[in-house]
Every structure is written in C-alpha cells, then in structure tokens.
Design a protein around this ligand. Structure first.
Ligand code: A3P
Length: 294
C-alpha cells in the first residue's frame, strides 16, 4: 500500500491510499490489504443487510430508512458501521438482524454476499450532485479531505484516482451492474425524494418486513431531509473522531439535500467536459445505467 499525494498545476493537494492500483480513502483501516481480506472473508448471516453505496449518494438517508423498517421504530440511528472503516470484530458480534454500510466497490464485498447470502441495497445519485456534495464535505475534513479548488477535485473525481469509489463513479457503477445474485435492490435518490412512500413500500417488500400503511407513511415522513437533519443535530452524540471536522463533533452530512444543486457550482465548461466524459464512459464500459439526470 502506498500513500499517494498528487499536487496539480494549481497546487491542489490530493492524498489517498493506493493498493493494487485502486484508490482508497485514507480512513480505510491500516494497510488496506488486510482489511480487504477480512471484509472478503466476513461471515455473513442470512438476515444481514448491507447498504452498499457510493459516498454522498444518501448513505445516511438509506441506512436510517432501513433501520426504521427493520426495527419498527422511528428512532434516528446516525451513521451505520462501515465494513472498511470501523471495528469488524464488533460487527461480527452484533446481534441479529445486523445492518451495516460500505462504500467499497462491489468486487470487494464479502464473498458470501456475492453468493447470495444477506441483502444489499443501494441508492444511485446524479454524479454531478454527488461530486458537489463530496467537495463540500472534503473541505471540512482537514488533511483527510481536500482543500483545493472545485476544478482540481473534479479532475480527480472523473479519474480512476477517485478514492471515494476505489476508482471513478463509472467503475463503481459498473461493479454494481455486474452483481449476479437477486439479493440486491437499487433505488434512485431522485425517485426516493419524489416518491418517498412508493419507495418505502418497495424497500419494505425487499427487506421482507411486514408493516401497516400507517407505519410506512410515518417512516416516509420521518426520513424527509429536515427531519433527519434535526435528528442528526439533536440526537447524535458528538464524537472525538469528528471533532476536527466540525465544531459540534458530528459528521457534517445534511447540507442541502437537493436534486440539481450542481448547477450552482459547475461552470458551463466543467459541465460540458463532465458530459463528454460521462458519455465516453457509458459507451466504453457498456453501462446500462444511462439515466437522464437533471
Ligand atoms: P448534500 O451535500 O447535497 O446536501 P451520505 O449520507 O452518503 O454522506 O450523503 C449525504 C448527502 O445526502 C447530502 O447531500 C445530504 O444532504 C443528502 N441527504 C441526506 N438525507 C436526505 C434526505 N432525506 N433527502 C434528500 N437528501 C438527503
């Protein structure tokens, strides 16, 4: 594993862990190799649910929705344990039913999940919106994040050096498309926002949880942006881990929660360049997910 720092022509610094040619967030535990091996061999239970998602696509939104549906309560649960970031021993001993998260490309997920054990659920988000969301968060993350210009970050995001997804968003999506077993549900950020109730119903069915319509409607209300943001600010205990990134010691997750916020950040030239790379990659990788994003 190498710790790589790229300094571009505008003096923007970008640091990531590189292992076997893949880019990893510096927060991935240790030398990466050992953690990947442990994750691959992780013992999956039939009733495990993994939120496998590209960062800034709505991880917390989906995690809390899944927990509400699985627990039958509207309690907010903050951030889920991450396979590549947190204590795996603790996750091994968690009582069932377990729900965890990962931003790893699907090729790195537990082997038993690839064989169909447990369930995986994801949310896809317009990559233009998520790079903006990511950039804002990275600016708050000190040395673990990115302090340069948006233009510099965009270049790295569009390349295979993108540490958010062990490569570019396109490569990440390619892996999800190649998932072979039916234990996988893919929802869209845009649709979850517009048709929350219908998606909550779909998710409940996939998770095989039985709730009456009244409860499902309450979940749909409780996972609206303002509600989650308020719960995050009032019920998530401050953590030493995030003291350096936010004044209140909480991971800064809930910013705007909008579709199309990229229009406030991208220049016309950046947007045209992005669209070109998007089209080329969709063709090159033969991606089926060619969604028309606003
Ligand atoms: P913005 O930065 O664009 O506001 P993650 O949990 O993967 O880090 O994703 C965070 C992004 O999801 C943030 O995007 C956050 O506001 C958005 N988000 C969280 N809950 C949401 C909700 N209920 N509705 C819409 N967006 C939500």
């Amino acid at each position: 594993m190498d710790l790589v720092t790229i300094v571009d022509e505008q003096n923007n610094k970008y640091t990531y862990k590189r292992y076997k040619g893949y880019a990893f967030n510096q927060e991935v535990v240790g030398n990466v190799r050992d953690r990947l091996e442990e994750v691959a061999n992780f013992k999956v239970r039939q009733d495990d649910v993994l939120i496998g998602i590209f960062p800034k696509s709505g991880t917390h939104w989906l995690y809390n929705t899944v927990l509400m549906l699985r627990s039958g309560s509207l309690k907010y649960h903050g951030s889920g344990p991450g396979l590549e970031f947190d204590d795996l021993k603790m996750m091994e001993h968690m009582p069932s039913p377990r729900t965890f998260c990962s931003h790893l490309r699907f090729r790195f997920l537990p082997e038993q999940m690839k064989l169909g054990k447990g369930k995986i659920v994801t949310l896809t988000r317009n990559p233009k919106d998520l790079v903006v969301s990511m950039y804002h968060m990275m600016q708050k993350m000190g040395d673990l994040g990115y302090q340069g210009t948006f233009d510099g970050f965009l270049k790295r995001f569009l390349s295979e050096e993108c540490f958010c997804g062990n490569g570019s968003w396109f490569s990440w999506i390619k892996d999800t498309e190649e998932w072979k077993t039916p234990n996988f549900l893919c929802l869209s950020y845009h649709d979850l926002k517009e048709n929350t109730f219908a998606n909550v119903v779909k998710l409940a069915k996939f998770l095989e949880v039985d709730h009456d319509e009244e409860f499902l409607r309450s979940v749909s209300e409780s996972i609206q942006f303002d509600k989650l943001k308020e719960s995050h600010e009032t019920t998530t205990p401050p953590s030493d881990r995030w003291k350096h990134v936010s004044e209140d010691g909480r991971l800064p997750i809930y910013r705007k929660g909008k579709v199309g916020d990229w229009k406030n950040m991208f220049t016309v030239a950046q947007s045209e360049h992005f669209d070109k790379i998007y089209r080329e990659n969709v063709e090159k990788l033969d991606l089926k997910i060619y969604t028309k994003f606003e």
